[in-house]
Design a protein around this ligand. Structure first.
Ligand SMILES: [Zn+2]
Length: 297
């Protein structure tokens, strides 16, 4: 910021009285570089109309898209001890939390909601990448356990939607322990025969992919989503070889059996409803048509 922008420009603006046109009216597609008008992008569920690239979506928008009539109830999440290690790197962890809360208006990186999809009970837990990279610390771990408990109570299906860089390193071993805790939690659903779905969105990495995110009965991924454990550059440097084209992308993972289906964002709700119906109501929706021989009628 210099004298011209910090002093002259505001002065001129107050004199002229015109508002500056917000520069976020157009958004550049990170994949094809096309400039897309933001309203068109919102109407298209943040999918690029030029190249079909699925841009990141806010948790609220995502939940609205998934539940019947866009209606859901957010669950109050368990309180946890904040900054248990009194951790500080370039900044204090407590300051990072404050900033993330201000930016996202969320307590931590997860929201848990309950509602209906196709008239069937569903509990959904969704990570917010804008909150410290969607990282999983004690709060996220506890919230996933709360989501599992709610699903058990309501005999609902559970849907978890990760968007995460992995474990929250500022919580050290406590964040790593959430991998085991969430793994054990989702097992309880399986014991009760309740369906557990995972919708892998961009990105699903590290300790999140190494725990609950890879344990869904059915793993659905969004097109082009980055899914993996360590980043491609780290792997390349470690094994000293170049990686194949499309490595760690949803489509590559499906080809190699790590993901069951890659589904366009606009079809995820209907796909989920079909799957929940198939798993929860294993009887045909209508009476079987009686077989009648032609010459009998
Ligand atoms: Zn594009």
């Amino acid at each position: 910021m210099n004298w011209l922008t910090s002093y002259v420009r505001p002065k001129l603006q107050s004199l002229v009285g015109t508002k500056e046109i917000p520069d976020n009216l157009w958004e550049k597609c990170p994949s094809c570089g096309a400039m897309v008008y933001h309203r068109e992008l919102e109407q298209n569920f943040r999918i690029c109309p030029q190249c079909n690239h699925h841009m990141r979506l806010s948790p609220e928008k995502r939940l609205e898209m998934l539940f019947d009539e866009g209606a859901y109830t957010l669950i109050e999440l368990p309180e946890v001890k904040e900054d248990p290690l009194n951790f500080s790197d370039l900044k204090d962890y407590s300051d990072r939390l404050k900033e993330a809360r201000k930016k996202t208006k969320q307590e931590d990186a997860i929201l848990v909601a309950s509602g209906k999809m196709g008239g069937m009970n569903v509990v959904a837990g969704i990570l917010n990448f804008d909150f410290m990279g969607g990282s999983m610390g004690t709060a996220v771990g506890e919230s996933i356990i709360a989501a599992v408990e709610l699903a058990l109570l309501q005999e609902a299906s559970l849907l978890l939607i990760p968007a995460s860089g992995g474990a929250r390193m500022q919580e050290g071993i406590l964040s790593l322990m959430q991998m085991a805790r969430t793994t054990m939690a989702v097992r309880r659903l399986k014991e009760k025969g309740l369906p557990y779905f995972v919708l892998l969105t961009d990105p699903t990495m590290g300790g999140v992919s190494a725990s609950f995110a890879m344990l869904g009965d059915i793993a659905i991924a969004e097109p082009g989503a980055l899914i993996g454990f360590a980043g491609a550059r780290v792997i390349e440097q470690t094994i000293r070889t170049s990686l194949p084209e499309g490595f760690q992308k949803a489509e590559y993972l499906m080809e190699h059996g790590m993901v069951d289906m890659v589904v366009d964002r606009r079809k995820i709700r209907s796909t989920l409803i079909n799957l929940i119906d198939l798993l929860r109501n294993p009887h045909p929706a209508s009476d079987p048509i009686p077989f009648v021989r032609k010459n009998e009628s």
